[in-house]
Design a protein around this ligand. Structure first.
Ligand code: SF4
Length: 484
C-alpha cells in the first residue's frame, strides 16, 4: 500500500511517496510530482526518523483531559477582554487549520490574529500589491529552465530551498548570487557578488546596467535576506522595477520569484491571516495581550521580546520552550497524522495525507479550534473531517505557470541610512526552525554537529545589541535562545 503526501518543511513543496509493507514504512520522493520530480533534500529524506512518539511527544492535554482543557480555555477567553486575546499561528499549519482559525477569530471577535509567516514575507505582499495591484507571484519553477540568468539575492537557496537550487543547477542558466557572506549558494554560483550588510539596494539599483541581467532572460529569486531586512518592501519593489525597466517580465524565464519559508506560508498569506490590531511582535512587546493561544510555533525560542502572559495556551505536537511555561498545553497531530492542503512558493495547492493514526489523544489543529468555538457557543464548527472544511473553502485550484502582471514601476523613497554593526542569521541545510521536528532525526543531528557554521550563532552574545540578554541552550532543541 502506498500514500502520496507533501513534505512539511519548506515552501518548495516536494511530493513524497510512502509505502507500507507490514509494519515497516519506506519514504521516497514522488517521481510524478511536478515540483520535485522524485528529488528530496536530506530533511525530506529523513522524515520517517521524526514520526511517531518519543519522550517529548505531547499525548494528552496538560489538564488531564480534553474536556477540562477546553473548559479552561473557554473560561480564559470569557474572562479576558476581546482586544486582549490573541491567536499566534504558523505557516506550518494547513489551509484547513488556518481557515478555521480565521473563521473562529472572526466569529468570536478576536482582532489579534497573526501568523509567524507574516514576520518573514509580508514585505513581499506589500511590494506585490504596490507593483502589481495585488499579491501575485507571476512566475513558477518552470521559469528556471527558461531563464538565461538566475539572479539570487538574499537567499541561501542551496541550503534553505535545496530542491529549487537543484532545479537551478540542472538548468543551463548563468547563476549570480548576492549575499553578505560566502554561503553554500555563493560557492556554487557562476558569479558571487559580496555586499556589505544594508548595501544591497545600491546593487539592485545598478542591475539595469549589468549585461548579465539586462541583456538576458533573467529570473530573480529571493528570500528572507531581502524580505526581513531594513526597507524590505522598497528592496523588493526596486527589484521588480529593474525587471520592468529591462523588459524582464511577463515572458517565459523572466520575472521575480519569492521563495516562501514554510510549507504553507503562501496559503496563510492568501487566506489573509493578518491582524486588525496589534502586530505579532506587539503581542510580545506590549502588555495589551493577556491571553495568547500559540499554535504550531515556538516563539519562546525565537522572539527576542518574549514575555509571560496571564494565560498562555499552546497547541503543538512536541514539547518546546514555549510549551514549558504554558498554562494549558494541547497535543496536536503531527505531519504524518494530519490530512489537508498546503500552498507552495509557486502557488500550487498540494495535498498532505495522514498515513499514521494520531499519537495518544492528539487532534488536528482545526478540530481543537472547533472544540473551543463550540464551547464558547459559536455555530458553524461541526466538521467531521478536513475534507468538509476544504469543500467549504471552495477554492479554485486551477494552476497556471505564468500570470501576466502590470508593468508600472513603483517610486522608491528609501532614506539614506547609516549601517553600523549588523547581525545576520541563516539556516542550516540539515535543520528546520527551532529543530522541534528535525531535532528528532539522528541523521540530521549528526550532520548538524559536523557543521562548523553553528558557531556563528553564538556570536550574538558578544554584540552590544544583545548585551543584556541571557543566552541559554533550549532544553529541547539544544539550540541557543534568549531568556527573560
Ligand atoms: S526542499 Fe523543502 S520541501 Fe523539498 S524535501 Fe527539502 S525541506 Fe522538504
Amino acid at each position: 500500500m502506498s500514500f502520496k503526501t507533501t513534505c512539511p518543511y519548506c515552501g518548495v513543496g516536494c511530493g513524497i511517496e510512502i509505502s507500507r509493507t507490514g509494519s515497516s514504512l519506506k519514504l521516497i520522493g514522488d517521481k510524478d510530482s511536478p515540483v520535485n520530480q522524485g528529488m528530496l533534500c536530506i530533511k525530506g529524506q529523513t522524515l520517517l526518523e521524526t514520526v511517531g512518539s518519543d519522550d517529548d511527544r505531547l499525548l494528552v492535554p496538560s489538564t488531564g483531559s480534553w474536556s477540562s482543557a477546553i473548559k479552561r480555555i473557554s473560561e480564559a477567553f470569557k474572562n479576558t477582554p476581546k482586544d486582549s486575546i490573541a491567536l499566534y499561528l504558523s505557516g506550518q499549519m494547513l489551509m484547513e487549520d488556518l481557515y478555521v482559525a480565521k473563521k473562529f477569530a472572526h466569529a468570536y471577535g478576536i482582532k489579534n490574529l497573526e501568523s509567524n509567516s507574516r514576520l518573514c514575507m509580508y514585505s513581499t505582499v506589500a511590494a506585490n500589491n504596490r507593483a502589481y495591484g495585488s499579491d501575485i507571484v507571476p512566475v513558477s519553477y518552470d521559469d528556471i529552465y527558461q531563464a538565461e540568468t538566475v539572479f539570487i539575492i538574499g537567499s541561501n537557496t542551496a541550503d534553505c530551498h535545496p530542491i529549487v537550487f537543484n532545479h537551478i543547477k540542472k538548468s543551463k542558466a548563468f547563476v549570480v548570487c548576492v549575499d553578505v557572506y560566502k554561503s553554500t549558494t555563493a560557492k556554487r554560483s557562476d558569479l558571487f557578488i559580496q555586499v556589505e550588510p544594508g548595501q544591497d539596494m545600491v546593487l539592485i539599483d545598478d542591475l539595469v546596467n549589468q549585461s548579465w541581467f539586462k541583456d538576458k532572460k533573467t529570473l530573480s529569486v529571493y528570500s528572507q535576506g531581502l524580505t526581513q531586512s531594513t526597507d524590505a518592501t522598497d528592496k523588493v519593489n526596486a527589484l521588480i522595477n529593474a525587471h520592468i525597466k529591462t523588459g524582464n517580465i511577463n515572458k517565459p524565464g523572466c520575472g521575480v520569484l519569492s521563495l516562501t519559508g514554510q510549507c504553507n506560508a503562501m496559503g496563510g498569506r492568501e487566506i489573509g491571516i493578518k491582524t486588525q490590531d496589534l502586530t505579532a511582535t506587539e503581542f510580545f512587546s506590549t502588555d495589551q495581550i493577556k491571553t495568547l493561544w500559540v499554535m504550531a510555533t515556538n516563539p519562546a525560542h525565537s522572539m527576542i521580546n518574549y514575555r509571560q502572559f496571564e494565560t498562555l495556551i499552546v497547541s503543538d505536537f512536541t514539547k518546546t520552550l514555549t510549551t514549558q511555561d504554558a498554562d494549558i498545553v494541547l497535543p496536536a497531530c503531527s505531519w504524518s497524522e494530519q490530512t489537508g492542503h498546503q500552498k507552495n512558493s509557486e502557488r500550487r495547492y498540494l495535498e498532505q495525507n495522514a498515513f499514521l493514526p494520531p499519537a495518544g489523544e492528539s487532534k488536528p489543529d482545526w478540530e481543537i479550534i472547533c472544540l473551543v468555538a463550540k464551547e464558547l457557543g459559536l455555530e458553524g464548527f461541526d466538521y467531521a473531517h478536513a475534507d468538509e472544511i476544504w469543500a467549504e473553502m471552495d477554492i479554485d485550484q486551477t494552476w497556471t505557470s505564468n500570470i501576466q502582471v502590470r508593468e508600472v514601476p513603483v517610486e522608491i523613497n528609501t532614506p539614506e541610512r547609516e549601517y553600523g554593526s549588523s547581525i545576520n542569521n541563516g539556516r542550516l541545510l540539515a535543520q528546520w526552525h527551532g529543530m522541534s521536528r528535525t531535532g528528532k532525526s539522528e541523521t540530521l543531528n549528526k550532520m548538524t554537529q559536523e557543521n562548523s557554521a553553528m558557531v556563528s550563532i553564538h556570536h550574538i552574545t558578544n554584540t552590544e545589541l544583545f548585551k543584556d540578554k541571557e543566552v541559554e541552550l533550549d532544553k529541547y532543541s539544544k539550540q541557543p535562545c534568549f531568556k527573560g
